[in-house]
Design a protein around this ligand. Structure first.
Ligand code: ADP
Length: 351
């Protein structure tokens, strides 16, 4: 068992079915390449944790991830899942216990959706009845009606629906570990956001240990329990929670990845209930926000309506207080406000 970190506690609360993943001094040098694609990479992923690998194209994210299920063999170093050395296991056997979702989906075009999802259960020798029960359960889990979709072929589905089938297929044999390589990258922004939200909800209940590769920092913030910001040769520039990375980027490289609007991005991670709310009679208009929304949602509503404060209502619809821009800024701390004021002053002096 890993030491009792906060993330481990979250994982237990989530009732995880996940396993720990440990990479220890892993290096990969491709044949005929002078420089290594991954150099001396060490990381522990806790059971039930969703870790995002984010970094520019070619920095080694995919190579690092593919060594976990041995699609790529490391040149040196060791990798273990729940303490078992993956390099000592049969690679085909190993892959049946690791869900794998890729951008191109990789559904077999000549197989129905049900057959696609059944590939691993069939390899594992499950009975027909057990397999078909599992297919229906998984289709419902990814919000596709089994009656409508089980007998269709991949080409009869939209990109978003195919991607959901890809996730269902990866989950078929209930693997403790999932590897996801830009799984939502090929979908349009609206479908992508929807798939991300569904996937987060799903992970809340399944609690898999997931390594998720993306080049999109906003996706990393939205989904990750922790984010590893990688640079060339898969060097870890920072490995921390989204909130900590946004609040204190380790260096200029990480800061450049965050880009503009760090404060706004942080607000999206903070529930309204983290703010000390004002009295409910405080110049509140008819528009309200709910306690389960984020501070970013609250700021959005404040800016749109132009009122000095919004009422905050709980799940039962009772008003529990009010929220204003000043109270939102207070949560971010004086640093953020200081920086914002400084930037405004700079802009004024340049104008
Ligand atoms: P990322 O996923 O971050 O885009 P990759 O892991 O795909 O990065 O690639 C890391 C580096 O390894 C790149 O320089 C890439 O050109 C190189 N590379 C990837 N696959 C191979 C391969 N099969 N043979 C040789 N070099 C490769």
């Amino acid at each position: 068992m890993p030491e009792s970190t906060n993330t481990a506690i979250t994982a237990i609360a989530r009732n995880t079915a996940g396993a720990s993943i440990e990479l220890d001094h892993v290096t990969k040098t491709y044949a005929n390449q002078a420089a290594s694609a991954v150099e001396d990479f060490s990381m522990t992923v806790n059971p039930g944790e969703l870790v995002m690998f984010v970094g520019p194209s070619g920095c080694g994210k995919t190579t690092t991830m593919k060594m976990v299920n041995r699609i790529i063999e490391p040149t040196s170093g060791s990798i273990s899942i729940d303490g078992r050395d993956v390099l000592s296991l049969n690679p085909n056997e190993l892959r049946r216990h690791i869900g794998y979702v890729i951008q191109q989906i990789g559904l077999f075009p000549h197989m129905t959706i049900a057959e696609n999802i059944s590939v691993v259960p069939r390899l594992l020798g499950w009975s027909k009845a057990k397999t078909s029960e599992r297919v229906d359960e998984l289709l419902r889990t990814v919000q596709l009606d089994p009656g409508t979709f089980a007998t269709r072929y991949p080409r009869q589905l939209s990109g978003g629906q195919q991607q959901r089938v890809g996730v269902a297929r990866a989950l078929a044999a209930d693997p403790p570990v999932m590897l996801m390589d830009e799984p939502f990258g090929a979908t349009d922004p609206i479908t992508r956001e929807k798939l991300q939200a569904e996937f987060l909800r799903l992970q809340e209940s399944i609690g898999k240990t997931i390594i998720f590769v993306t080049h999109d920092f906003d996706e990393a913030i939205r989904l990750g329990d922790r984010i590893a910001v990688l640079s060339d040769r898969s060097q870890i520039e920072q490995f921390d929670t989204p909130a900590n990375i946004l609040a204190a980027p380790a260096n200029d490289y990480v800061a450049s990845f965050i880009g503009h609007g760090a404060a706004i991005k942080r607000l999206a991670l903070i529930p309204i209930t983290e703010a000390i709310l004002g009295g409910s009679s405080e110049a509140v208009g008819p528009i309200t926000v709910s306690t389960n929304e984020s501070l970013r949602d609250a700021l959005d509503a404040l800016v749109l309506t132009g009122v000095p404060a919004l009422g905050v209502v709980d799940a039962a619809g009772s008003t529990v207080g009010s929220i204003s821009v000043a109270r939102i800024s207070a949560v971010l701390g004086t640093d953020a406000i200081g920086i914002a004021v400084e930037k405004r002053l700079e802009a004024v002096s340049e104008a």
